[in-house]
Design a protein around this ligand. Structure first.
Ligand code: AMP
Length: 429
C-alpha cells in the first residue's frame, strides 16, 4: 500500500516524500487506518518494522486538524529509554516538518537541573506531544508541571521493555492522571502475561495488529564461535580487524565488561566508544552522535542500545556474551541488516552458555553456523552435545583502526520548519 492511499494530510505526505518513504510497511498498513478510526490499538511488532511511524503518522494527522486544545498536552508517548525518546522526537520533527504548529518535547531522566528546568518550562508552555521516560514524567507530574486531563492520545512504545525495567506501577500511575476518553495505543515486541495484564488495564476494546516477531532478518549472516572465556578478547580483536568495518556494535552483558573492553580495544588502536548506564546523559548523547556520524566505528554497549536505536547501516553485531533472554538476541542482532541491507552477527559462546545458545536457535528456528575459530585464536572446546559445527575457518582481515569519517547527509527534513501555532478548535473532550 502506498502512503498516498491513506487518508492523511498532504503535508504529511510531503514529509514522507522528502524522507523517501513510499510504501507502508505491514504494521503501518494495518495500524494507521485503525488509529485514524479512533480505536485503541495493541500492536505486536518489534523495532525495525516501522512501528514508530505506524502510530506517529495518524496521531500527527489528527493533531494537525486542530481539534485539540492549544494550551494542553494532547499526546503522551512513553519510552523505556532516553535514547528511544530522543529518536521518537527526531521522527516527530521529520514527519511534522510541513505541519502547521505541532510541537513536541522529549523529557527523560539522568541529566542536570538545567535540563529539568527547560523541560518544566516547555511543559508549562504546553507542547502537543510529550515523549517521556516513565520516571521523569512522574517527577514532572509530582511537581505539578503538567496536566494530563485533556490529553487525547496515550502511547506506550516498547511496553515489554518498560515492564522489564520495572515501570508497571509508574505506567499505571500516569494512566490514572489521564481521562478515560483518551485513545490508547500500545506497542510491544512480545506478549507475555504482564503485557496482557497491562493491556487489559489500560486499553479499551483494542484492535490487535501483529507482525511476526522473533525472527531476525533473513539477510543477517549469523555465526557463533565456541570458545573459552579467556579466548574472547582475542577472537573479538580478530573479527574487528577488518578494515571494511566502520559501524559495529559489540554487546556485553555488564557495564564493567563494557568499560574493560573499551579500554583494552582502545589500547590496541581500535576506534571505540563505550555506552553504559554510568555515563551522564551528555556523555551518552555525545557517544551516540559520534557513532551516528562515524567518528566512532565500534560502539561497545550493554543492552541499553539493543532496542529501538535507529541506525540503519550497522554492518556487524558482536555478542561478547550470549544474552540470557533469547528475545534479547533477536533485538541485539536486529541492529544490523535493517531496511534490507546485508549484515553479520557474531556470538561468542562458552560451554556454560551452550544451553542459552540452544534456546536462541529454538526461538529463531535456525541453527547458527559454528565455524572453527579465526587463526591464532586456539581450538574451540567440545560442547555438551553435537555442536553442528562447520569445518570452515573464519578469516578476518588484518587491518585495524577502521576509520571512515564520512558524514552521510540524511534525507529526512531537519528541524520543525515552522514555529508552533496553537490550534483553536473545540477540545475533543
Ligand atoms: P522503527 O521500527 O519505527 O524503528 O523503524 C525502523 C526504520 O525504518 C527507521 O529508520 C524508519 O525511519 C524506517 N521506516 C519506517 N517506515 C518506513 C517506510 N514505510 N519506508 C521506508 N523506511 C521506513
Amino acid at each position: 500500500m502506498y502512503f498516498d492511499e491513506l487518508d492523511i494530510s498532504d503535508e504529511l505526505l510531503d514529509a514522507l516524500d522528502a524522507m523517501n518513504f513510499e510504501k507502508c510497511t505491514p504494521i503501518q498498513e494495518q495500524a494507521i487506518p485503525k488509529i485514524l478510526e479512533g480505536h485503541d490499538l495493541m500492536g505486536i511488532a518489534q523495532t525495525g518494522t516501522g512501528k514508530t511511524a505506524a502510530y506517529l503518522l495518524p496521531v500527527l494527522d489528527e493533531l494537525s486538524h486542530g481539534n485539540y486544545p492549544k494550551d494542553s498536552v494532547n499526546c503522551i508517548i512513553m519510552s523505556p529509554t532516553r535514547e528511544l525518546a530522543q529518536q521518537i522526537d527526531q521522527q516527530v520533527e521529520g514527519f511534522a516538518y510541513y505541519l502547521d504548529g505541532v510541537s513536541s518535547v522529549a523529557v527523560y531522566g539522568g541529566n542536570d537541573g538545567i535540563r529539568f528546568e527547560q523541560e518544566r518550562k516547555g511543559l508549562e508552555l504546553g507542547a502537543d506531544i510529550i515523549i517521556a521516560t516513565p520516571g521523569r514524567l512522574i517527577s514532572h507530574l509530582n511537581g505539578g508541571h503538567i496536566d494530563l486531563k485533556k490529553t487525547s492520545f496515550f502511547i506506550l512504545d516498547e511496553a515489554d521493555r518498560m515492564l522489564d525495567m520495572g515501570f508497571y506501577d509508574d505506567i499505571m500511575k500516569i494512566a490514572s492522571y489521564l481521562s478515560d476518553e483518551r485513545q490508547t495505543i500500545m506497542f510491544s515486541a512480545t506478549m507475555p502475561e504482564n503485557i496482557q495484564k497491562l493491556a487489559q488495564n489500560i486499553l479499551h476494546n483494542p484492535v490487535e495488529v501483529k507482525i511476526a516477531v522473533s525472527k531476525p532478518a533473513e539477510k543477517i549472516q549469523q555465526t557463533a564461535f565456541l570458545c573459552y572465556e579467556g579466548m574472547k578478547d582475542r577472537i573479538a580483536e580478530k573479527v574487528l580487524s577488518d578494515d571494511s568495518l566502520d559501524r559495529v556494535i559489540l554487546f556485553a552483558s555488564s557495564k564493567m565488561k563494557v568499560k574493560e573492553l573499551s579500554l583494552a580495544l582502545k589500547r590496541k588502536g581500535f576506534n571505540v566508544g563505550a555506552m553504559h548506564s554510568d555515563l551522564e546523559q551528555k556523555e551518552r548523547d555525545e557517544i551516540m552522535l559520534g557513532f551516528k556520524n562515524r567518528r566512532i566505528s565500534i560502539l561497545i554497549a550493554t543492552d541499553i542500545v539493543s532496542r529501538g536505536i535507529d541506525i540503519d547501516d550497522i554492518q556487524l553485531v558482536i555478542n561478547y556474551d550470549v544474552p540470557r533472554d533469547p528475545e534479547d538476541y533477536v533485538h541485539r542482532i536486529g541492529r544490523t541488516a535493517r531496511a534490507n541491507r546485508e549484515g553479520q552477527a557474531v556470538t561468542l559462546v562458552t560451554p556454560r552458555d551452550w544451553q542459552h545458545l540452544l534456546k536462541i536457535e529454538k526461538l529463531i528456528e535456525k541453527e547458527i553456523e559454528k565455524p572453527d575459530l579465526p587463526e591464532d585464536c586456539g581450538e574451540k572446546p567440545q560442547m555438551p552435545s553435537s555442536s553442528g559445527s562447520s569445518k570452515r575457518r573464519y578469516h578476518g582481515k588484518r587491518n585495524r583502526r577502521p576509520s571512515s569519517h564520512s558524514k552521510k547527509a540524511s534525507s529526512a527534513p531537519k528541524g520543525r520548519g515552522k514555529s508552533r501555532k496553537p490550534v483553536h478548535k473545540a477540545a475533543k473532550d
